[in-house]
Design a protein around this ligand. Structure first.
Ligand code: F6R
Length: 366
């Protein structure tokens, strides 16, 4: 049932090209110009009335939400807040009938997320769910659902669910811009073309596995690791850091690269691994200057950047590249080497990769 892979996690990492393709299938018009989300079916008035969005989720799904904030805001200019469900449910969020709450849950059964959904509905707020499980509580109780087509995810650490949640958020952001006639809507054909190319590019990224495995073995006995990035790279850094903690038990932290010098730089000493994500072209020089800062403290830097970036080599100790796509879509590709890194570090440390200590796949208790 592991399809020849040693662990479910590795199998699920490799299923991502298919999971992405399946999540896109039927949701892009034949001419590549429009998003089709029949499951929403909103009138232009309904789409136009939304003036605030709250994305609510836990863990990895919350990290997908952070990517969602950037893409929805960019295309629609609607303000988006992303909140951890266990926080959201215990405060008194400012909502109105024009608020949209988006809950993201792979399992569709996470209690904190489900409770946030129920309370939002009680407040009269429309709830859109993004979930991987048809018939789950979240699916049944939300006003609308976008199903991710990742297929069953068995490993506790979420991989293909995350990438498909991000895909669903791109589609939704395009849909909303399209239905509202937002200024950002002119970018939709380019984004849709980019999305269609992702399965093939994700397949190529999987070829980084041997290089990542080597790096993971070399650093498997480290106690700490840092992930840095800016913009969308920061959102992906958070996910990379969680994955590493969760299954390798290496203490990891993700930092917005520009925030390092406000405290965390004190922890960067000789040989500390720093994984630097550098896929956001507008922020390239800024992130490189942060790499220089950690190199000056003798950190060991693994840079994750675009194929063809040769300049980075003089600043980083090792470089892993991903094939070119729109920087806007980079998270889908950039997360894959980080998943592999966590996986191989966990294997090297002899951990139970698919069932990390203290964790459950579906958190149906508080
Ligand atoms: C981490 C992981 C968890 C889940 C979180 C939410 O790899 O899997 O952080 O993302 O427990 O679960 P769902 O998405 O099922 O609500």
């Amino acid at each position: 049932e592991k399809g020849g892979y040693e662990h479910f996690m590795l199998k699920e990492i490799h299923e991502q090209p298919k999971a992405i393709r399946d999540t896109l299938t039927g949701r892009i018009s034949e001419d590549g110009e429009r998003v089709i989300l029949k499951e929403l079916n909103w009138t232009p008035e309904q789409a136009g009335a939304i003036d605030r969005i709250h994305i609510v989720a836990c863990g990895t799904s919350w990290h997908a939400g952070l990517v969602g904030k950037t893409v929805i805001e960019k295309l629609t200019r609607i303000p988006v807040d992303v909140e951890i469900a266990s926080e959201y449910r215990y405060r008194d969020p400012i909502v109105s009938e024009n608020t949209l709450v988006i809950v993201i849950s792979q399992s569709g059964e996470t209690l904190d997320t489900l409770t946030a959904l129920r309370e939002s509905k009680q407040r009269g707020v429309r709830v859109l769910a993004i979930t991987n499980v048809l018939g789950s509580s979240v699916n049944r109780e939300a006003d609308n659902t976008i199903i991710t087509m990742a297929g069953p995810e068995i490993a506790v650490a979420s991989t293909k669910a995350y990438t498909t949640q991000v895909i669903a958020l791109y589609l939704f952001a395009c849909y909303l811009a399209q239905e509202r006639g937002s200024e950002g809507a002119h970018q939709i054909p380019d984004i849709l073309a980019g999305l269609k190319g992702l399965p093939e590019l994700a397949q190529k990224v999987l070829q980084t596995a041997p290089a990542i495995e080597q790096f993971a073995r070399k650093y498997a006995d480290k106690e700490d690791a840092f992930f840095i990035g800016r913009g969308l790279d920061y959102a992906v850094a958070l996910e990379g850091s969680l994955k590493l903690k969760e299954i390798s038990y290496i203490h990891a932290e993700a930092y917005a690269a520009g925030e390092l010098k406000h405290g965390t730089l004190a922890l960067i000493t000789e040989g500390v691994p720093v994984i630097a994500l550098v896929t956001q072209d507008e922020l390239y020089e800024k992130t490189v200057s942060n790499i220089v800062e950690v190199k000056a403290r003798d950190a060991y830097v693994l840079a994750l950047t675009w194929q063809g970036d040769t300049a980075i080599q003089k600043n980083a100790d090792e470089v892993i590249t991903i094939p070119r796509t729109l920087p806007f879509l980079a998270p889908v590709l950039a997360v894959i080497p980080l998943q592999l890194l966590a996986y191989y570090a966990s294997v090297a440390r002899g951990n139970d990769v698919d069932k990390p200590r203290n964790l459950a796949k579906s958190v149906t208790v508080e």
